[in-house]
Design a protein around this ligand. Structure first.
Ligand code: GLC
Length: 429
């Protein structure tokens, strides 16, 4: 297919997955609105319909909870083809039935992009309406996912990280007692090959965490205190630090002085806190189990998001470059979601090795901003090559380039349109 044909296909994927203002990740496997999927989707829509891009994010915030949290899934209508649905979550925090935790907070960053690239003349008005909602969500993160003020952000469930079965969660997940779960039937493994999905033992524990949080009524203070899983995640921490910087830029543009001061405080706390994620033995940022104080020992794609978060000191950058080049010598396509030289790496199992387009986009953006255009370009070229070879898959093997998981995937299409497509780059030039 030519680039123009792929551009067209990508647009059709977004419009086909559009449910009337919000977009599902893919038909079958994921029939609802997912938080960070939607936000990346907005970037894709923005290349041809900016009004629709804003709508996507506005509809996501319609599901915001009273405490400020923006849930990871909004169950706008019941769909028996998905498990676990609303009855398993048992939440009551917001106006739309939803899951009980959040997902990586990319929204402020994309809102800033929409404002900066605006062709509608309405961006400031729409950003002004979203701004207090973004503030409330960010404040919720600082309060309940960093309750001790450490400057790192915890996830209370592997799903909250957006990187569900990453090896970083293995030890902490193993420590979760399997309890309070009803007999259940998974649906994901009837949509895609079970060899590409998490194992049953993991699934039992995923549901046990949900049951534990449900027991305390999803009260975020109680969840922070009692949840059997509470792990500081370099992915969410870096994405959120970046989002705070972007929210600060928005606050300044919109003349929100008081809020700008509050955000500056968050940034300072996180810049210093991020050091707790640095593992000196492997020279990389890793996850930190806040219940046991134990760091993980592997490098994941999130380790490369430090520059995206604006952490570009010489030591961090030198270590990132060295790991990048070492990993690039082991696989054909960058960036594997886990270090190919680590014992837990699996080329085709979800977050234990495969390449994800939107992660490549964020890492590349950070590298480009940190003055490393060559590695940023390598990521863009690899992402384009994967999509040209294997289509708009959910994720890809870093070795063969084969597409895996769900097909006609919205965020892969969106990342193609906003960044990976060579024709997009030609237009921008
Ligand atoms: C999987 C991914 C998560 C994503 C969701 C919908 O659960 O791990 O990041 O948001 O699918 O695409």
């Amino acid at each position: 297919m030519s680039h123009a044909d792929l551009d067209q296909t990508a647009k059709s994927i977004l419009t086909d997955n559009d449910q009337g203002g919000y977009t599902i990740p893919t038909k079958g496997l994921y029939p609802y609105q997912w938080n960070w999927d939607s936000v990346f989707v907005a970037l894709g829509f923005a290349t041809f319909d900016q009004d629709r891009a804003w709508r996507e994010i506005e509809m996501l915030f319609e599901g915001q909870w009273r405490d400020g949290m923006v849930p990871h899934i909004l169950f706008r209508k019941d769909d028996p083809s998905y498990f676990p649905g609303p009855s398993v979550w048992g939440t009551n925090g917001g106006p739309i039935p939803s899951s009980g935790h959040s997902q990586p907070p990319v929204a402020a960053s994309v809102v800033l992009d929409l404002v900066r690239g605006d062709r509608t003349g309405q961006a400031l008005e729409r950003a002004t309406a979203l701004f207090p909602k973004l503030m409330a969500w960010h404040r919720w993160y600082m309060t309940y996912r960093d309750p001790d003020g450490l400057g790192v952000i915890a996830v209370i469930h592997p799903w909250e990280s957006g990187r569900d079965n990453l090896p970083d969660w293995d030890d902490a997940l193993r420590a979760v007692e399997v309890r309070d779960i009803e007999p259940y039937e998974r649906k994901d493994t009837s949509h895609v090959d079970p060899a590409m999905r998490p194992h049953k033992e993991d699934y039992d524990r995923y549901l046990s965490i949900v049951a534990a949080c449900r027991k305390v009524g999803w009260d975020p203070a109680k969840v922070a205190e009692t949840c059997p899983f509470f792990v500081a995640d370099p992915g969410v921490t870096f994405i959120f630090l970046r989002a705070n910087r972007d929210l600060l830029a928005l606050a300044q543009q919109l003349g929100m002085g008081k809020e700008a001061d509050e955000i500056r405080g968050w940034i300072a706390r996180m810049e210093s806190g991020a050091k707790a994620l640095w593992n000196p033995d492997i020279q990389a940022h890793v996850a930190l189990d806040l219940r046991t104080g134990k760091q993980t020992d592997g490098i994941s794609c999130a380790s490369f998001l430090a520059p995206y978060a604006g952490l570009t000191d010489t030591a961090t950058m030198a270590a990132q470059r060295a790991h990048f080049d070492r990993m690039a010598s082991k696989v054909r396509y960058m960036m594997p979601s886990y270090d190919p030289e680590h014992g837990c790496y699996e080329a085709l199992r979800y977050w234990r090795g495969p390449v994800w387009a939107m992660i490549n986009y964020m890492i590349a953006r950070g590298f480009a901003e940190a003055g490393d255009p060559a590695r940023a370009e390598r990521l863009r070229n690899d992402t384009a090559a994967l999509i040209e070879t294997s289509g708009f898959a959910e994720y890809f093997s870093p070795e063969s380039g084969a597409g895996a998981g769900g097909g006609t995937f919205s965020w892969t299409a969106a990342i193609w349109l906003t960044w990976a497509s060579p024709s997009h780059v030609e237009q921008a030039a």
